[in-house]
Design a protein around this ligand. Structure first.
Ligand SMILES: Cc1cc2nc3c(=O)[nH]c(=O)nc-3n(C[C@H](O)[C@H](O)[C@H](O)COP(=O)(O)O)c2cc1C
Length: 236
């Protein structure tokens, strides 16, 4: 069986700096492990917030708003695993990334209309967060991204890292300062930095994605659509 594993990395920063460095480090490790990779930076992209117009889906596109999301929808659908990074902005993800995640509601609505299962289901997700300080909102960002993964019926993956088990984190003040964040990793008995953490995440996302994809191809198992119908008879 030939298994092609596609991993998409998205940086939610409006600039090409530390988040990009970490997302690319994760992608590069995934590629070295055997993945086909693709990288998208939200920097400079116009992604409007969801208006809750409920007009989605529109013809062949997913959303009535024709902006950078149309291209991102295609990339999300084509990927088997997705790594998303964001800087901490006032304790949460950037507005650009939040808009991107909210606009993915249109993917679900299109599938629902066609009586299909959620389109990002069973894709593996890895989260990365960068802030100026230590414990400065990284966990909140990781939780927000992982909640997006869960909402989409994806599989969030973490790492056995010294700092947090939720994903990879970084600390920086400078545009290229992400490396200065170092933590002692008790399993390997040495200091590791943010880039090492991102690489660990990238490798784990690749491995789990390969396992899930191979397992799905062999078992032909899938989530039914709609989920609750079989249960509803017994739940009443
Ligand atoms: C609007 C805004 C809000 C920010 N809020 C926080 C914050 O709550 N906590 C923090 O530690 N850093 C905060 N920062 C700093 C960024 O998280 C930090 O510079 C990060 O490295 C930026 O990522 P980038 O280099 O990939 O753009 C904020 C920066 C901006 C522009």
């Amino acid at each position: 069986m030939t298994l092609i594993v596609k991993i998409l990395g998205i940086s939610g920063s409006p600039r090409r700096a530390n988040t990009e460095i970490l997302v690319k480090a994760a992608l590069s490790e995934a590629e070295n492990s055997g993945a086909e990779i693709e990288y998208v930076s939200l920097a400079g992209k116009i992604i409007n917030p969801c208006k809750h117009c409920d007009l989605c889906p529109v013809d062949k596109s997913f959303c009535i708003q024709i902006d950078a999301m149309q291209e991102i929808y295609e990339k999300l659908l084509a990927a088997d695993g997705i790594i998303i990074g964001s800087p901490v902005y006032v304790g949460s993800v950037t507005a650009q990334l939040k808009a991107t995640m909210d606009r993915c509601r249109a993917l679900d609505r299109k599938a629902s209309k066609e009586n299909k299962a959620k389109p990002l289901r069973l894709k593996v997700g890895g989260a990365i967060a960068v802030a100026s300080g230590r414990h400065a909102g990284q966990e909140d960002v990781l939780h927000t991204i992982r909640t997006f993964f869960s909402h989409m019926d994806m599989i969030p993956v973490g790492i056995t890292a010294p700092h947090t088990q939720l994903g990879a984190t970084g600390i920086t003040h400078r545009k290229d300062g992400v490396r200065k964040d170092e933590w002692f990793h008790w399993n390997i008995g040495k200091m590791i930095n943010s880039i090492d953490m991102a690489r660990m995440l990238g490798r784990k996302v690749f491995i789990l994605t390969a396992i899930v994809k191979a397992g799905r191809e062999i078992t032909k198992l899938d989530f039914p659509r709609p989920y609750c119908l079989e249960l509803s008879d017994t739940i009443v």
